[in-house]
Design a protein around this ligand. Structure first.
Ligand SMILES: *[C@@H]1O[C@H](CO)[C@@H](O)[C@H](O)[C@H]1NC(C)=O
Ligand SMILES: *[C@@H]1O[C@H](CO)[C@@H](O)[C@H](O)[C@H]1NC(C)=O
Ligand SMILES: *[C@@H]1O[C@H](CO)[C@@H](O)[C@H](O)[C@H]1NC(C)=O
Ligand SMILES: *[C@@H]1O[C@H](CO)[C@@H](O)[C@H](O)[C@H]1NC(C)=O
Ligand SMILES: CC(=O)N[C@H]1CO[C@H](CO)[C@@H](O)[C@@H]1O
Length: 386
């Protein structure tokens, strides 16, 4: 009798789909993107999906990753894979975090708190955007177990900077990320995006709660390295600059006391024809890698990209829009399942490539595809070192 009841309960669960979830059939970031379209109206879709100008850089972000080959190592014990890391004092189960993005409540009513909780469940660092639709204090309270950093823009007025710094410090955020690549809105040749801007409010509570209007008080187009230096001195938290694509830019930020840099082209949404972040990474690592923590976002779509970025010197990478797609589909659980999918992939890639922990992911394990272009006359393998 007991067995029969068990069977009935099982059968019932199965037929009602109780033990399965909506993300079970999603096997790639592309699957998440397509599924998310069922949950976002066309205006919101185009807010989350757009690039800039001709979308050249948007396309480069994934294309440049695809042009990199991974050279495996052999006869290495890969029976235990250790992905854990510590980034500027913040521990993480693995080197993939959530990039700062505006407007999570547009994707799901649980908004930024759900994203932060989903990230925490996966042991990922979560960066809260200052253009969030939830107060930073509420995110801290709603996701107390998640490691959190706070993103904002450098303001010419240090009083305004300090208002944010104080709040972030008090709420337990562990680093400040300053976005430098956004001094003005870019050109987006997409009518549905333009309609989105008219239809949806730009009231961001962290600003309005301080009596600040968005246009007057963000983005800081007149700021310089002196403003940055003062900012760094006004906080006890490590400061990270985001959106830097050159060695000289990173070196300049270092002179102001900045501890980390996120190599990023803003997901291809700002300066079109800027390099892919993975193309720019080696230059930044060569310039400041010994003295700053170098990280990357833009173009991470699964385990292989994470491996390639780490091999080229990134200590940590961040995933952006795919996380929003997970959020749109299933809130906190959707974010968690998206991140777990990428985490499982990364573990498999490490195993297949013969790297049992993060320090065993070596720069010589990745080469540009031209390395294998035997037909090119100018090519000479014996000159190349592994
Ligand atoms: C995993 O690596 C971290 C450092 O990256 C180290 O602190 C930890 O002890 C390692 N864990 C195991 C089980 O080896
Ligand atoms: C800086 O911002 C504060 C707070 O909004 C304001 O009271 C002050 O007048 C501003 N200073 C300048 C120089 O604009
Ligand atoms: C990483 O793996 C190598 C090779 O197995 C080992 O020598 C090293 O101690 C490991 N590092 C950590 C932090 O576990
Ligand atoms: C390739 O490079 C090696 C070492 O620099 C040189 O000795 C050899 O002549 C080169 N071969 C060709 C075909 O250029
Ligand atoms: C510094 C500051 O003004 N913080 C405010 C942010 O918004 C919350 C909620 O409205 C206020 O309680 C804080 O004082």
């Amino acid at each position: 009798m007991f067995r029969f009841v068990c069977f009935l309960v099982l059968a019932l669960n199965f037929s009602l789909g109780i033990s399965s979830s909506i993300t079970d059939d999603l096997l790639s970031v592309e699957d998440y993107k397509n599924k998310a379209k069922e949950f976002l109206n066309v205006y919101k879709q185009n807010n989350y999906y757009h690039g800039a100008f001709e979308d050249i850089t948007l396309g480069l972000n994934t294309k440049a990753f695809a042009e990199i080959r991974i050279k495996p190592k052999y006869l290495i014990d890969v029976s235990h894979i250790n992905m854990s890391t510590t980034v500027l004092g913040t521990p993480a189960d693995w080197p993939v975090g959530v990039a700062p993005m505006a407007r999570h409540r547009d994707a799901h009513p649980d908004g930024e708190i759900a994203t932060a909780r989903g990230a925490g469940k996966s042991g990922s660092i979560f960066i809260l955007s200052s253009l969030a639709q939830t107060l930073l204090e509420d995110v801290a309270q709603g996701a107390p177990d998640t490691e959190k950093w706070f993103q904002m823009y450098l303001n010419k007025n240090q009083t305004i900077n300090s208002m944010f710094i104080d709040r972030a410090e008090r709420a337990g955020y562990k680093a400040i990320v300053l976005t430098l690549d956004d001094p003005t809105d870019s050109v987006v040749r997409n009518l549905n995006y333009q309609k989105f801007r008219k239809l949806y409010s730009t009231d961001f509570p962290n600003y309005s709660s301080m009596g600040l209007s968005l246009n007057q008080h963000t983005f800081g187009p007149s700021t310089n390295v002196e403003d940055l230096r003062q900012f760094v001195q006004n906080t006890k938290l490590p400061v990270i600059v985001k959106g830097v694509l050159t060695g000289s830019g990173a070196a300049l930020a270092k002179t102001a006391g900045v501890k980390g840099v996120i190599v990023s082209n803003h997901g291809g949404r700002n300066l079109d024809s800027a390099p892919a972040s993975i193309e720019a990474l080696p230059e930044v690592v060569d310039a400041v890698g010994g003295q700053m923590t170098v990280m990357l976002d833009s173009g991470i779509r699964g385990g292989p990209e994470v491996f390639k970025a780490l091999a080229l010197g990134a200590k940590q990478v961040f995933v952006g829009s795919p996380v929003i797609w997970g959020l749109a589909i299933d809130g906190e659980d959707g974010v968690h399942s998206l991140l777990e999918m990428i985490k499982n992939e990364f573990e498999v890639v490490m195993t297949l490539a013969g790297s049992s922990n993060l320090t065993e992911i070596k720069r010589g394990q990745v080469v540009h595809e031209s390395y294998y272009d035997f037909l090119l006359m100018h090519h000479n393998h014996s000159k190349k070192k592994n």
